[in-house]
Design a binder for this molecule. Structure first.
Ligand code: CMC
Length: 432
């Protein structure tokens, strides 16, 4: 637990004697947390579907103030990191808790570079997938399968094994992501080039071919690096909680990250960036926006403005602000500032931000609203968008998993509010 209880909450249940005393913990930032653990002995459970009022763990990694629109990694605001730092430095910060010195940074970068290749046999593994498979399906499979290739470092109780696995995952994700794209277009896999930096190398493996030299645009590489940074960690979101839950059983880290990738795939989570582009294509024209806003507001219509709203942010997502700026830079560099989908997105954002329905519910653009437009401009196909979210989120998942495994932890095993039949006797089929 983060600290000693600052006070106690007392729960009195109608018709029962005495009170249940529940410790209240004061976090270094944010909302105080009532520890409901003592309830287990009292014959009651708490009930909170969707974890809307439940902290599932204590953590020192990332903090979000959803009302103020603040995101801190190890205390550093994301906008400062996005402006002054880079993705690998952020990975180091997440994993180790402090920014690296020059020497530590050089060593870390060199270590990551030395792990970028994947086992040669993984290329055979890819060949088992259909060429038209969704790259997220391939990612789930290949990342899970890494435990079959790197079982020399699967002892989760050995900090050195955990360290090597973290480095392997961060280093190999762009390689696997690019391979899943190359496989879908029938081009040869490109080996990583360790003279390039992280984002450059990813773009090279995606868009380079053995036939000609591929020059990576520094603006696009910088944008890619920043996008990875903006996705690096986001405290106990659905995929991270999935990684922790899988990890709490003692499962190996590759299996846990594969579980996280599966959870990320959904359109309410990482799949939203893909869904934004599909939605913009469906809206098609500025003149149709009003109709779609109406649909989004209709409680009987499941349609939602994708890339809008967030469980925690009730203000502008600070990542979306950086993303919007990056989007402008990329489109300028590529000479496509007049991109019709960008115009449509801007108009949609403006109308939604002024609409009473969205204002009242405090629905703002989230990180996924602009990332898809940048990806599209860079030439990344729509079904790769969530793969890039997964690549960027890897240091967060592995750091959160490592934090849990390093301390005392219990298997994650929620209870339920049962609403089914009470016990009854089996009826033979002839008597039903
Ligand atoms: N468009 C229209 N209405 C919305 C939207 C939206 N995008 N998001 C929420 N609402 C409404 C919702 O209908 C509800 O209205 P009411 O109170 O009248 O029933 C109210 O706002 C609260 O919504 P909720 O579903 O209870 O909120 P939640 O915290 O459970 O869901 C969310 C959060 C992100 C799943 C949801 O806002 C959503 O579906 N957004 C679109 C998908 C999206 O962009 N997801 C990416 C999230 S950011 C990246 C990530 O972390 O993965």
């Amino acid at each position: 637990m983060a600290n000693e209880p600052s006070k106690y909450a007392r729960l009195q249940i109608d018709g029962e004697e005495g009170e249940i005393e529940l410790p209240v913990y004061q976090p270094t930032e944010g909302t105080p947390v009532i520890d409901v653990g003592p309830l287990a002995k009292s014959g009651y459970f708490t009930y909170d579907p969707g974890f809307v009022a439940t902290a599932s763990c204590d953590s020192d990694i990332t903090y979000i103030d959803g009302d103020a629109g603040i995101l801190l990694h190890r205390g550093y605001p994301i906008d400062q990191l996005a402006e002054h730092s880079n993705y690998l430095e952020l990975c180091y910060l997440l994993l180790n808790g402090e920014l690296p010195t020059d020497k530590e940074n050089a060593e870390f970068v060199s270590t990551i570079k030395r792990h970028t290749m994947v086992h040669e046999q993984i290329a055979q593994f890819f060949r088992g997938f259909r060429r038209d498979a969704h790259p997220m399906a391939i990612m789930c499979g290949v990342v899970g399968a890494l435990s079959a290739f790197y079982h020399d470092s699967l002892d989760i109780d050995d900090p050195e094994h955990r360290r090597i696995t973290a480095h392997r995952l961060i280093a190999k994700m762009p390689t696997i992501a690019a391979m899943s794209y190359k496989y879908s277009v029938g081009q040869p896999f490109m080996y990583p080039r360790n003279d390039l930096d992280y984002a450059e190398n990813f773009l090279y493996m995606m868009f380079g071919t053995p036939c000609e030299e591929y020059k990576v645009s520094p603006t696009l590489a910088r944008a890619m690096d920043r996008i990875f940074m903006l996705h690096a960690d986001h405290e106990q979101n659905a995929s991270t909680s999935t990684v922790r839950l899988a990890g709490s059983t003692g499962a190996n880290p590759f299996a846990c990250i594969a579980a996280g990738i599966a959870a990320l795939w959904g359109p309410a989570h990482g799949g939203a960036n893909e869904a934004v582009l599909k939605m913009l294509a469906e809206i098609g024209d500025v003149k149709n926006i009003d109709r779609y806003i109406k649909k989004a507001k209709d409680p009987d219509d499941p349609f939602r403005i994708m890339g809008f709203g967030h469980r925690v942010y009730k203000n502008y997502d600070p990542r979306a602000k950086v993303m919007q700026q990056t989007c402008k830079e990329v489109l300028e560099e590529l000479g496509v500032e007049d991109d019709p989908q960008l115009k449509l997105a801007q108009k949609l954002e403006q109308i939604a931000l002024e609409d009473d329905y969205f204002v009242k519910r405090r629905l703002y653009p989230n990180v996924d609203f602009y990332s898809g437009i940048i990806f599209k401009a860079i030439g990344i196909p729509v079904d790769m968008f969530t793969v890039l979210f997964a690549t960027g989120r890897t240091p967060g998942w592995i750091t959160q998993w490592n934090e849990m495994i390093s301390g005392p932890y219990k298997i994650g095993r929620p209870r339920q509010l049962y609403g089914g039949e009470s016990q009854r006797d089996y009826v033979p089929i002839t008597k039903r």
